[in-house]
Design a protein around this ligand. Structure first.
Ligand SMILES: [Zn+2]
Length: 333
């Protein structure tokens, strides 16, 4: 490993244990089965978890089936985490992504560490955690206030889970927001809150007069604060999706430390970030944001608010859309 690797690693601001793991990986001091076999400490170099492949550094950080299961689970929650062909490919890409989207890299590095930890449980005769529990733990640990903005896009991520709405992890909530604008300057902003089954929590829409669509979608995100109830703080975290990249970029820029303190304060105060344990912003595909899009369109007519008490007042076409995106408990990990 070249010296640049450690400098780069240091900039990732990983949790201490995760950073130590990657430091040791660079140092070739992680005791994989291949490592142990080369030192005649163990006869078997295959993956400790039964992949039928040599357990080298590439395997534990890129190829292991159990690692890929964790990544797929995060993708199924709408969290865009890439997969790689080789360790070289992985490190080259992660370096590139870290400049624009540190959060994605932090999550990837944390997943690899948690997957290795889980592998050690097996190796020492204990039982491992299921992949969805590992995925949820890694997400929770990796996400910090400064890096919860995930908008990484890559062709290998255009899987089905990214072009349809996906439920969040267990005990998390997902909020979709959108805005629509007519040529006359009439605008609607709207959103919907759902749980890990895609169960309806609440929906809102507000009519506004506005000209600038990018600013509007930001308003929709800021407006969410008005609908946050104190009991929602019991959720482990919340994922906020918008299909407008400008809005996500605006938030990212506002939260960069080198920008004006005023903007930072305005956005971070309004974003109710402190109201939840963890907040993740995701730039979603348009198809993931259908109900929010409908809410925004409905808001062009009139402002509205629906929750479980007024569920019967929700127009049938919206109920149908919500039903299509409902994920029965059996599918929810
Ligand atoms: Zn494996």
């Amino acid at each position: 490993m070249e010296e640049g690797y450690y400098k780069w690693l240091n900039k990732l601001k990983l949790s201490k244990k995760v950073e130590t793991f990657w430091w040791r990986l660079g140092n070739a001091s992680i005791p994989t089965n291949l490592y142990l076999k080369n030192r005649k400490l163990f006869d078997e170099d295959a993956c400790a978890r039964g992949c039928d492949m040599v357990e080298d550094y590439e395997h534990i950080s890129v190829n292991c089936k159990h690692l890929v299961d964790i990544i797929n689970q995060l993708n199924a929650w709408g969290i865009p985490i890439p997969t790689f062909n080789s360790l070289d490919h992985c490190l080259t890409e992660l370096k590139q992504i870290s400049g624009k989207n540190l959060g994605v890299v932090q999550i990837y590095c944390t997943i690899v560490y948690f997957s290795w930890k889980n592998r050690n449980e097996i190796k020492h005769g204990k039982s491992d955690l299921p992949y969805y529990a590992v995925a949820a733990n890694a997400l929770f640990v990796a996400i910090t206030k400064a890096t919860s903005y995930l908008s990484y896009w890559s062709t290998n991520l255009l899987r089905e889970s990214f072009i349809s709405w996906c439920p969040p992890p267990k005990d998390w909530m997902k909020i979709n927001v959108d805005a629509s604008l007519t040529p006359s300057g009439l605008a609607g902003i709207g959103g919907i809150f759902r749980d890990c089954f895609g169960r309806f929590i609440l929906a809102f829409g507000r009519t506004l007069i506005h000209w600038d669509i990018a600013h509007l979608e930001l308003d929709a995100i800021l407006l969410v604060k008005d609908y946050v109830k104190s009991w929602m703080k019991d959720y482990k975290g919340v994922i906020i999706e918008s299909d407008n990249l400008n809005v996500i970029k605006y938030i990212q820029n506002s939260l960069k430390k080198d920008k004006g303190a005023m903007t930072l304060k305005l956005v971070s105060d309004s974003l109710f970030v402190s109201d939840f344990n963890k907040v993740v912003f995701v730039h979603a595909h348009r198809e993931c944001n259908k109900v929010a899009n409908l809410c925004a369109t409905m808001a062009l007519d009139d402002s509205f608010y629906f929750d479980s008490f007024s569920f019967d007042d929700i127009p049938p076409f919206m109920v149908n859309l919500i039903k299509v995106e409902y994920h029965p408990p059996a599918d929810c990990n």
